[in-house]
Design a protein around this ligand. Sequence first.
Ligand code: SF4
Length: 281
Amino acid sequence: MRVLASEALTSTVCSLLKEACVVLPEDVSEALKTALASADDGSRSEQVLELICENASLAKNDKLPVCQDTGTTVVFIEWGAQVSLDKGTLQEAVDNGVRKAVEEAYLRRSIVKDPLDRVNTNDNTPASLTVIPIDGEKVKVTVLPKGAGCENMTKLIMLRPADGKDGVKKAVIEAVKNSGGNACPPLVVGVGLGGDGSKAPTLAKKALTRKIGERNKNEFYADFEEELKAELNATGQGPLGLGGSPTVLDLFIETSPCHIASLPVAICLNCHAARCASAEL
Ligand code: SF4
């Protein structure tokens, strides 16, 4: 049995959160630059993409958050069955890392303790933690700071099984269309298909941790991802919802078995500041 020091997990979460808030992942940065290079000269898309790329570059060079909303700290931990933590709980170790990053990198305090009394926790804890059990001794931590503008556009729709692929397509297109400029496009779209009313949104959010261009391993879903991406880009909503192209940088589908009478579809949008960082311990 491998014993992992909780301090190691804390320090990994802290570094990943600080890095994610400041430096866009290479794949996202490249996708934005490619979109800019393809924009029509003098178009509104070109102007908006220029600002987005300049902002990302300034953030990286000046070591400042890429957006003022440093978000809810979404954390996925793939945790090997042969690993145990030396002390405390995973949530405590992760929250200590979030707290440290907020202090050290001056991240905006964005979390309230209670949804109705709205008192700020002042340290961005607790993180939204999902633990994924895996075999062996591996531990992989992924940190996804998720801004509220795009998170507020999340949708869960319980379709009828007979709605099938067309029903899923309609739900995804409607969700993106209705989000307008609120989610700060160009977007990365996560689609969770199957599971139940709680699993589908988790799948949709986990989908956002994939790299741009990384297709589903299942050929049917890989093709469906391409099809949906093309249809969403054909809507012409464009960067910041001001028209033009692209509306989405990519779209990822994650699936899970589900009940014979259910077809849950969750859609989770990530903005152009599609921040994500991960490490193995
Ligand atoms: S949606 Fe993203 S880019 Fe827009 S304000 Fe929120 S974190 Fe920033």
